[in-house]
Design a protein around this ligand. Structure first.
Ligand code: GDP
Ligand code: MG
Length: 170
């Protein structure tokens, strides 16, 4: 029979990096130019079939505002996976992403699969974070890395699929 595996997944990253947009693209196949800011956190679920297994993602999309920081551990503790998102046009968001990775490595669960997403990859003309820099950082910190675009859908399903594969492989 087809096994269903529940997987709690949390999105972390700066306000405006595109966390909610990535979830909206993955769950509903949509994109909006003026995505409303998330308050607290929002919950979504979506299943993904990988070979003969089904992963049911239980997705927590966090706000990213500093004033909600103290809530973050509720979402990343016990998470099977985390996607740390930054905006390739915003170096401060990359710095913030590294802080989230540090916090996950210090306070989180060592078995959590952590992905780094360099989002807004469609905005190449205004890129400020070089792909090589992010790749090297990800390698050094045991993360897997993809540049994504919630707008064009590039690598969005792929990042969730790659996480699902890693969860199944254990
Ligand atoms: P969050 O605060 O991390 O949840 O970010 P949002 O999902 O609310 O996105 C912030 C803004 O960036 C919104 O205006 C989105 O339309 C825009 N945005 C999100 N992802 C992309 C993307 O991949 N490309 C472009 N060009 N804009 C994006
Ligand atoms: Mg949001």
């Amino acid at each position: 029979g087809n096994k269903i595996r529940n997987a709690k997944l949390v999105l972390l990253g700066d306000v405006g990096a595109g966390k909610s947009s990535l979830v909206l693209r993955f769950v509903k196949g949509q994109f909006v130019e003026f995505q409303e800011s998330t308050i607290g956190a929002a919950f979504f679920s979506q299943t993904l079939a990988v070979n003969d297994e089904t992963v049911k993602f239980e997705i927590w999309d966090t706000a990213g505002q500093e004033r909600y920081h103290s809530l973050a551990p509720m979402y990343y503790r016990g998470a099977a996976a985390a996607i740390v998102v930054y905006d390739i046009t915003n170096p401060a968001s990359f710095t913030r992403a590294k802080k989230w990775v540090q916090e996950l490595q210090a306070q989180g669960n060592s078995s959590t699969v952590v992905a780094l997403a360099g989002n807004k990859a469609d905005l190449l003309e205004t890129r400020q974070v070089q792909i090589e820099e992010a790749k090297t950082y990800a390698q050094e910190n045991g993360l897997f890395f993809m540049e994504t675009s919630a707008k064009t859908a590039i690598n969005v399903n792929d990042i969730f699929y790659e996480i699902a594969k890693r969860l199944i492989q254990g």
